[in-house]
Design a protein around this ligand. Structure first.
Ligand code: HEM
Length: 471
């Protein structure tokens, strides 16, 4: 803190500054935090995520005042109490429910931005890891919250997910029972999920967001060109291509907030159920342990993982698959080691790979909402393969590879796809006939990348990166 200035500063601010460094903190993190001047659309989502976090906490506090965490009362305290009897209760509830979905829409956009501009690369690896931890905490938070309405989907969805732990050899059943607090999902489960949802995980989220921002301000923001603005400073030590976060980006963010609030409120007032995707109609039926609904699935933002899980005929492999999907997100900074950050200056295939990664995740999300019919399970399997393939291709696309290396990559990956198919046939999950009809999907994708990369190396090669950000 600049004590000489605050000592001289008159009035209330001077008084506070001598006791707590408000002004110097504002300077460090707002008026003298220099962000690159070329932020674009993709840079709206971080601040919107903070806004939604605050909205979720505030609406959550009001909901907690009226919600009853008790298996006999929970369903009615929401559907009768909050939705009908409490003044404005419906509005607060819809804000919270749609806030949860918005959180995930925003976080997926935010992560996509990180992928296209290489914001996970040196020196931002830790920032990225804290981000993935935030994402994991967010998934946990929504999972715990989904049991609270105690509707049919809440109840059976939780049942399915908790029973996954039962797949762990030897200790699985004990762990599942420990999580439920009983042999079946019941009142003890609701009580602990309530505690985790309203206090434990939100606390973790708030702390992680704080650490995320501190880490960001330590290394500075990346930008669409992926070049470091700290490398070019003027005589005062200010980055030439930087502008103060406040007022420039606070004003920009206010625009983003207005657009977001307009869409968010439009949903609250006109489409609160989000076509049955946000609020499933099965959840308007109270939980009944004796009546299993024909079609159980988690909330839309977790259905990609559900589709991956269903793709495997073995529960333990499905669980390992889920663990691998999360682990790979942490590892991205070490899979893509090419020093060029932004896709603007990388080969076209790097862009295609990110698009295929996102597309396969979206398709898996769609498949996870569908009934567990053979065609959806099979497609789930193929898109799971494609999803994982994109991570391995991040390694291949690090640089232009030789003919021999490319051939080895192709043989290994194709042999791997065929080997998993053979295993599927051996456990009688699918027949060869059915599998051969769709084997072209993963094999076709890697063949396209490998053949294209050798036919035209410029599809993989980096472009010339400018030294300074482009206007
Ligand atoms: C509650 C969730 C989150 C909040 C509130 C949050 C907040 C923010 C904010 C305010 C920024 C700076 C503004 C911006 O660049 O848009 C930021 C940057 C960043 N975040 Fe997050 N974030 C969250 C989740 C995540 C996740 C899940 C990831 C990745 C897995 C992530 C990775 C990053 C990265 C790499 C940056 C720096 C981007 C750059 O400078 O180009 N964040 N975050």
């Amino acid at each position: 803190m600049d004590t000489s200035q605050s000592e001289q500063k008159p009035g209330i601010m001077g008084w506070i500054d001598r006791r707590f460094p408000v002004t110097s903190m504002m300077r460090e993190h707002l008026t003298e935090y220099y962000a690159p001047k070329n932020f674009n659309f993709w840079y709206f989502f971080g601040s919107l995520l903070i806004l939604v976090l605050v909205l979720q906490i505030v609406t959550g506090i009001f909901l907690t005042m009226h919600y009853q965490p008790n298996a006999k009362l929970a369903f009615w305290s929401i559907n009768q109490g909050i939705m009908n009897d409490v003044e404005g209760g419906w509005f607060i509830r819809y804000m919270h429910v749609l806030g949860a979905s918005s959180f995930f829409v925003l976080v997926y956009f935010h992560m996509f931005r990180g992928l296209i501009y290489g914001s996970y690369k040196q020196p931002r690896e830790l920032l990225w890891i804290i981000g993935v931890l935030l994402y994991v905490a967010l998934c946990a938070e929504s999972f715990f919250g989904y049991l609270l309405p105690w509707g049919q989907m809440s109840f059976w969805g939780s049942n399915v997910v908790i029973s996954l732990f039962g797949a762990i050899p030897v200790v699985g059943q004990t762990i599942a029972q420990w999580i439920r607090g009983d042999f079946v999902v019941g009142s003890p489960t609701l009580d602990r999920f309530f505690a985790l949802h309203v206090i434990a995980v939100p606390l973790v989220l708030v702390i992680l967001v704080f650490v995320h921002i501190l880490a960001l301000h330590q290394v500075g923001s990346n930008n669409p060109d992926g070049v470091e603005i700290k490398n070019y400073k003027n005589a005062d030590g200010v980055p030439i291509d930087g502008i103060p976060f406040h007022p420039y980006y606070t004003v920009k963010d206010i625009f983003g907030v207005s657009v977001f609030l307009a869409i968010y409120l439009a949903f609250i007032f006109f489409k609160p159920s989000g076509w049955g995707i946000v609020l499933d109609k099965l959840n308007y039926v109270p939980a009944n342990a004796l009546k299993t609904p024909p079609d159980i699935h988690p909330l839309w933002f977790l259905t990609p993982y559900y589709a991956m899980l269903r793709a495997w005929p073995s529960k333990i492999i499905g669980v390992l698959n889920l663990v691998a999907a999360y682990m790979l997100m942490f590892l991205i900074p070490w899979l893509d080691r090419n020093p060029v950050k932004s896709v603007r200056y990388r080969g076209v295939f790097v862009r295609i790979n990110i698009l295929v990664l996102s597309f396969s995740f979206i398709v898996l999300g769609y498949l996870g909402i569908q009934k567990a019919e053979a065609i959806y399970v099979l497609l789930g399997y193929r898109f799971t393969e494609i999803f994982f393939t994109t991570f391995w291709l991040m390694i291949y696309l690090n640089r232009v590879r030789s003919h021999l290396a490319t051939l080895i990559w192709w043989v290994v990956m194709t042999a791997f796809f065929v080997a998993i198919d053979a295993w599927m046939v051996s456990v009688k999950a699918h027949s060869w006939g059915v599998l051969l009809e769709s084997l072209w999907m993963p094999v076709g994708y890697v063949t396209l990348i490998f053949a294209g990369a050798r036919w035209k190396p410029s599809l993989v090669a980096d472009k010339l990166v400018p030294e300074r950000v482009q206007a």
